[in-house]
Design a protein around this ligand. Structure first.
Ligand code: GCO
Ligand code: MG
Length: 401
């Protein structure tokens, strides 16, 4: 079998997604998610100008060899998207050729269904409590809680909503500027946990994302302050490209730590995993180089009793989500899967075999990753420039967003 065609499709059914589609001489197709939020068109050029010409004529079964060729052949290493879309498209073709859902090629199912966590957000605590109630009504077994901080106009995780309550996406040509005050945030978060525990009891697993905004000593303080509320995890408490920072946090608190959604390679985790400084690895198939390296990361982490928790926001397309769900079903050290879901229109553009019901996912049994791209509908929703927000302190200094 040979790859005879490679196409990159950009579509914006509510937000931008980039998808690679490979076709073989036997008529099999494979899809890979290449979405890099806020920098989408650079990836399109990367793939069409530099990668897809190399794929024509290759045997799609050679997944490992193609991954290694793209990684080593670029010479300039790392990068969130260098191999991922190609890797997933090849796995998709291989599994279709075998007539099996991808998880069967990864060792088969290790569980019946996949536990998720959903997002609960509120501009203030009463609004957050309503949002937790809504997630519980959907069957979510665990909930990430984010609340507006008194005195701040906008806060990570709390999006503007339209009249129907749906989030308003800032599809605009300049990044939105948000404001940030770490002291106010650190005073507020324990009161949020206190209110949610008082309302929903001790058993509900509660997660929180600090989105890379704290110094090590601030993160240590927050971890300690949250201990009485037994969080399921504190996520991205510091900008973890400085892996050593997590030593101080770890020494100071027993609050479980989750890190890694912005990492691209296993080396980003080396200190974190071997010194057991974290409890969950958060990388997504889409930004970690595909199924091939993520599987290796999970096996490495498993030796240290660290579990998987694949990043699953709306900006991972259903193609990236499908690949994640197959891995989740197969690996032994699965922890939890983040699941935000997509708009109905996105689910129409990317018809998928994976299902979400009663707070749990299952990849389904369609051969491959189980996603079909409706190219006509995709073309009807063209790219629209969009940036993630940036954060500034009250004096105007740029801060981590
Ligand atoms: C999460 C993440 C996301 C990111 C987003 C950036 O835990 O889900 O932090 O919400 O902010 O993926 O593009
Ligand atoms: Mg996060």
């Amino acid at each position: 079998m040979k790859i005879v065609d490679a196409e990159v499709v950009v579509t914006s059914p509510g937000r931008n997604f980039v998808t690679l589609k490979l076709t073989t001489d036997e008529g099999l197709t494979g899809l890979g998610d290449a979405t890099l939020n806020g920098r989408e068109l650079a990836v399109v050029s990367y793939l069409t100008d530099h990668v897809t010409p190399l794929l024509i004529g290759l045997d799609p079964h050679r997944v490992e060899d193609t991954w290694q060729s793209l990684y080593r052949g670029a010479y300039w290493r790392r990068g969130p998207v260098t191999m991922a879309a190609v890797d997933v498209a090849l796995w998709d073709i291989k599994a279709k050729a075998a007539g099996l859902p991808l998880y069967q090629l990864l060792g088969g199912a290790s569980r019946e269904r996949i536990g998720t966590y959903g997002h609960a957000n509120g501009r203030d605590i009463p609004e957050l409590l309503d949002s937790v109630r809504a997630r519980l009504a959907e069957g979510c077994p665990a909930v990430r809680i984010q609340s507006g901080v008194p005195g701040l106009k906008a806060v990570y995780g709390v999006s503007d909503t339209d009249d129907t309550g749906a989030p308003v996406l800032h599809q605009q040509a300049r990044p939105l500027v948000e404001d940030w005050d770490t002291a106010a945030y650190l005073r507020h978060v324990p009161t949020v946990f206190e209110a949610v525990r008082a309302e929903f009891g001790a058993e509900l697993p509660l997660l929180h994302d600090s989105h890379h905004r704290l110094t090590p000593v601030q993160a240590a303080r927050l971890g300690k302050d949250l201990e009485p509320y037994r969080p399921f995890w504190l996520e991205d408490c510091t900008p973890a490209e400085n892996q050593e920072a997590l030593r101080l946090v770890r020494r100071s608190t027993t609050t479980p730590l989750a890190v890694g959604e912005v990492f691209n390679t296993v080396y980003d985790y080396q200190t974190l995993v071997t010194e057991q400084l974290i409890d969950y690895v958060r990388s997504a198939v889409t930004h970690f180089g595909g199924v091939t390296p993520l599987r290796k990361l999970f096996d490495f982490a498993a030796q240290y009793q660290i579990k998987s928790a694949i990043h699953g926001p709306e900006d991972i397309s259903p193609v990236g989500m499908a690949a994640a769900v197959h891995l989740d079903l197969a690996v032994h050290n699965f922890g939890i899967q983040e699941y935000s879901g997509h708009t109905p229109l996105t689910d129409e553009v990317f018809r998928h075999a994976y299902t979400f019901s009663d707070g749990h996912l299952h990849p389904g049994d369609a051969p491959g990753i189980g996603v079909e791209l409706d190219e006509e509908l995709a073309a009807a929703h063209p790219y629209s420039a969009a940036y993630l927000p940036v954060n500034r302190l009250h004096d105007g200094t740029v801060h981590d967003w």
